[in-house]
Design a protein around this ligand. Sequence first.
Ligand code: UDP
Ligand code: MG
Length: 312
Amino acid sequence: MQTLSIIIPCYNEESVIETTYGRIKAILSSLSSVSSQMIFINDGSKDKTLDILSDIANKDLSVKVINFSRNFGHQAAVTAGIHHCTTDFAVIIDADLQDPPELIPELLTKQKEERANVVYCVRRKRIGESKFKLWTAKKFYRTLNRLSEVDFPLDTGDFRLIDSQIIEQFKRFKERGKYIRGLISWVGFKQVPFYYEREARLAGETKYPLKKMLSFATTALFYFSKKPLLMATGLGFATVVIGIFMALWYILGKIFGYTNAESGWTSIMIIVIFFGGIQLLTIGVLGQYIGILFDEVKERPEYIVKDFINGK
Ligand code: UDP
Ligand code: MG
């Protein structure tokens, strides 16, 4: 019999978690040919999420809970879920039911039909999300594709089915800043899309405020692309060329008397600000990569588990 894990990261999801469990459980019970378990990761919730999860896990032994010592973020939570996965397949799904669990059987069918290692879900439509989020997400995925060496599928979140080969390869990634959907694309094997409509959050509010969205986007960009460094070099080169022309212009102007160099306060200020700005910008880009190196060489654990319910 094939085995399946459902990986569900949870952060302050007390208003939805019970319903989420119920809906996933109903679907899993209907799958007679697969033996399944649910892995909930409590990512340092400050509300009653953990209490609710413990109650559920005490009644249902197929529910495992990985309880973090504090909030480590969505990607760390999914990572922990995959690390503790030993089944033939895993489905990564959000706790807020934006990704309908009813699609899980279809993902399994698609996997079987196409003999795929990954079935990734592409959002054809996103309901109940702000215009700003839709626009930034769209721009983000397209820009990232242009800048990175990997071809990522567009409009795809972490909602996907992966098989044991992918799970095994994923466990080999040592980097701490994880952009999971990117890493899974990067692994290769056979990956096929599955189109769906993303629903609105069932209850509660998004756990991805602008700050987290930005940090998520930055990780994706700087971990998957060295182009910003190349762009910084290009910018430096371009300003050197501009500088040479300006120098020539002013020197010749001095000789032939067509510039009024004495009253040149404005031009000097512009040059100072312009070059100063470019220098700071390029140093900033360098700084981003140094910051990442700093974080990675420390080799701190990505997450800390306080305890498990129903085994590891
Ligand atoms: N999440 C998490 N840790 C965090 C933030 C979010 O485990 O620090 C979980 C959250 O509980 C949900 C999933 O990640 O199951 C996606 O978060 P959310 O639905 O808030 O993001 P959105 O759908 O608004 O992008
Ligand atoms: Mg959501």
